[in-house]
Design a protein around this ligand. Structure first.
Ligand code: HDD
Length: 686
């Protein structure tokens, strides 16, 4: 006996010494466990025994831990918060959450990428999901949106094809989490309706700086219906108070290696440090007259309504202020559905939306394994709910009493819940004449005009990024005919775009594709569509990477970190080691990151604080030279000590680096950070 006890693992011994207030380890049935290190055996070197119920249960549960990942939007990250109404709109909707100023509605948001599997990297070029659940007093309302206001396809019947084409090819199972492959571009180039969306996905919108810096859109036209039954059309927008910001493609490629969880970590860090991200809910409200006069069909999800035509009215704010307690229980099991709406909100006949309403319920059953997924705390409403649905796997809210049907004649509480004809959900009694057909409305046929409008609304830098993205993606397409077909579409969008892309690919321009309707070249630019034309007002919420080494000026470091905190910027110290760095006054500080683990692509702004010896030492290190060279090449603002210039020169920066590179002996840290609000010196980028 004594011999067997002495063979226990050290974890077992540690466990036993951890104090009286530690809960006892038990099986799922509550039986206390005496030994979690060794299976039950017949003799210390003998066979395992089948009666080891603890081992059996532990393995059984482990083997069933995974549930199917989402067929799209598999990789996601969620947080809790609230929505606060600051402009009640009873004239537009009877939705309870919009009736009272200051009303706070609990919210859960899940951000995601679309194409990659659960374990893929955050900085894929991709659409981002922006799914918001509002737990209103009249039921859960889900706005299952994206960070892009239009979509690839017009009819839900094409969704499986789109997703099959975008995800890895079925024979080789690659590429993962990217659209840079033949199948995707083959499909897209055969679907001219996708061209507007393609402009967005090739733009910097598809490589956001983080979830906090992206807009969200409900995409479809919805309806709001007031207490008198009057309906208005509405488009939903989430506008980040932090501003919209993206990284560049060369950065995205590097970030995916340096920190594949870059977006998750960003949201976690911000919320854990009390820097709660906020978005304003904006509405574009319009009526039938506008819809009839608009150049496009408002039921066509491949089109948007320019904000210059219908301004966005802000009615409240969404604040994310709490991370989940458990990722699986909440973020993985949350089951969003476009069909989750509340009285005062209604659908339109957008064929994509109608198809989505059908799809989401189905997928949740498959993923979560029981029609009782609404019983999970993350999915259950926070308002009272009563119905006669019963039983099924894992039923947790079970009705009490006799009645499980209605009508019934039991009366009172015994008879169970009753309908509410007055204030229950009412669908708008819309009339829809017409024959039963499989057809696309002709009002959906203009595929290029808004793509062109998006392109001409961008700054020159953003246009260049679109061309670079197209060249990158199409250069991964092995079949020349597919590349040629895409060029024929680009010609209908803008000749400059087509020519620059063809040049980047080293290809001849083909004839333009035959458009179903002539391209309307008179649509004016819409500045709201550009990120750079809507620059952030402050640097708050960003990260400043400070490269230091032994001998760094203690005073300069203190004033830089202080100024950063004042500006709401998080300073991150990057050193040759994570242990102590000795500063000029003999004091020591710890670096947060080692240089090769904290490359400058992870930061919005850079600073280099080294003395002469430090410049020499870091100048001999490849990782340090790359840190500096990247910050420079990616157009970042750089503050530096005078001695850092030797390192900057060794890293390949020119002697006169020009705008955006500031010596802290001549500029105060505060002034540097004000200048750095511009985020980039774009002229510097190659
Ligand atoms: Fe979808 C998930 C957004 C079209 C079918 N979709 C899903 C998620 C988001 C969107 C954000 C992830 C929700 C979460 O975080 O759990 N989807 C959109 C937008 C669309 C869109 C903005 C177009 C405007 N989706 C769309 C169509 C279909 C689907 C046309 C099918 C006909 N979407 C699904 C799905 C998913 C999904 C298969 C997979 C996992 C899930 O639902 O919960 O049902």
């Amino acid at each position: 006996m004594a011999r067997e006890t002495s063979r226990r693992g050290s974890a077992g011994e540690l466990h036993q010494t951890s104090g009286n207030d530690v809960p006892r380890l038990t099986t799922q049935q509550g039986t206390p466990v005496s030994d979690d290190q060794n299976t039950l055996r017949q003799g210390p070197r003998g066979p395992a025994l089948m009666e080891d119920f603890h081992f059996r249960e532990k393995l059984f549960h482990f083997e069933h831990e995974r549930i199917p990942e989402r067929v799209v939007h598999a990789r996601g990250y969620g947080a809790h918060g609230y929505f606060e109404t600051y402009d009640p709109i009873p004239e537009l909707t009877r939705a309870d959450l919009f009736q009272r100023k200051g009303e706070k509605t609990p919210a859960f948001v899940r951000f995601s990428t679309v194409a990659g599997n659960k374990g893929s990297a955050d900085l894929a070029r991709d659409v981002r999901g922006f799914a918001v659940r509002l737990y209103t007093k009249e039921g859960n309302w889900d706005i299952v949106g994206n960070n892009i206001p239009v979509f690839f396809i017009q009819d839900a019947i094409k969704f499986p094809d789109l997703i099959h084409a975008a995800k890895q090819a079925p024979d080789r199972a690659f590429p993962q989490a990217q659209t840079a492959h033949d199948n995707f571009w083959d499909f897209i180039s055969l679907m001219p309706e996708a061209m507007n969306m393609v402009m967005w996905t090739m733009s910097d919108r598809a490589i956001p700086r983080s979830f906090r810096f992206m807009e969200g859109f409900g995409v479809h036209t919805f309806r709001m219906v007031n207490a008198e039954g009057k309906s208005h059309f509405v488009k939903f927008h989430w506008k980040p108070k932090q501003g919209v910001q993206s990284v560049t493609w060369p950065e995205a490629l590097r970030i995916n290696g340096a920190d594949p969880d870059f977006h998750r970590r960003d949201l976690w860090d911000a919320i854990q440090s009390g820097d709660y991200p906020e978005w304003e809910l904006g509405l574009q409200v319009f009526d039938d007259d506008f819809a009839d006069s608009f150049d496009f069909d408002v039921l066509d999800a491949t089109k948007l309504i320019p904000e210059e035509l219908v301004p966005v009215r802000k009615v409240g704010r969404l604040v994310l202020d709490r991370m989940v307690d458990n990722f699986f229980a909440e973020t993985e099991q949350v089951a969003f559905q476009t069909g989750n709406i509340v009285p005062g909100i209604d659908f339109t006949n957008d064929p994509l939306l109608q198809g989505r309403n059908f799809s989401y319920l189905d997928t949740q059953l498959k993923r979560l394994g029981s029609p009782n997924f609404a019983h999970l705390p993350i999915n259950a409403p926070k308002c009272p709910f009563h119905h006669f649905q019963q039983d099924g796997h894992m039923a947790m809210h079970n009705p009490t009493g006799r009645a499980n049907y209605e009508p019934n004649s039991w009366g009172g509480a015994e008879g169970g819940p009753r309908e509410s004809p007055e204030d229950g959900f009412q669908s708008l009694p819309e009339e829809n004449p017409g024959p039963k057909v499989r057809a696309r409305s002709e009002t959906f046929a203009d595929h290029y005009s808004q793509a062109r409008q998006f392109y001409i609304s961008q700054t020159e830098v953003e246009q260049r990024h679109i061309v670079d993205a197209l060249v990158f993606e199409l250069s991964k397409v092995e079949t020349p005919a597919i590349r040629t077909r895409m060029l024929s579409h680009l010609l209908n969008i803008h000749t400059d775009l087509a020519e620059a892309t063809a040049e980047g690919l080293g290809m001849e321009l083909p004839e333009p594709a035959e458009p179903a309707l002539p391209v309307n070249e008179s649509l004016p630019a819409s500045p709201a569509l550009s990120i750079l034309k809507n620059a952030p007002e402050s640097l708050a919420g960003r990260k400043l990477g400070i490269l230091i080494s032994d001998g760094a000026d203690a005073e300069a470091l203190a004033s830089l970190t202080e100024a950063a905190k004042e500006a709401g910027v998080t300073p991150v110290l990057v050193g040759p080691r994570v242990g102590s760095v000795t500063l000029s006054d003999g004091s020591t500080t710890e670096a947060d990151e080692k240089i090769d683990g904290g490359p400058s692509v992870l930061f919005d702004v850079a600073a280099i604080l080294v003395d002469g010896d430090g410049a020499k030492a870091l100048g001999a290190m490849h990782a340090a030279r790359t840190w500096v060279a990247d910050a420079w090449a990616h157009g970042k603002f750089i503050a530096h000590s005078t001695d850092a210039e030797a390192l900057m020169t060794r890293a390949g920066m020119p002697e006169d680096p020009g705008e955006g590179v500031m010596c802290l002996d001549h500029t105060s840290a505060a002034d540097f950070l004000i200048a750095a609000t511009a985020l980039r010196i774009w002229d510097r980028a190659p």
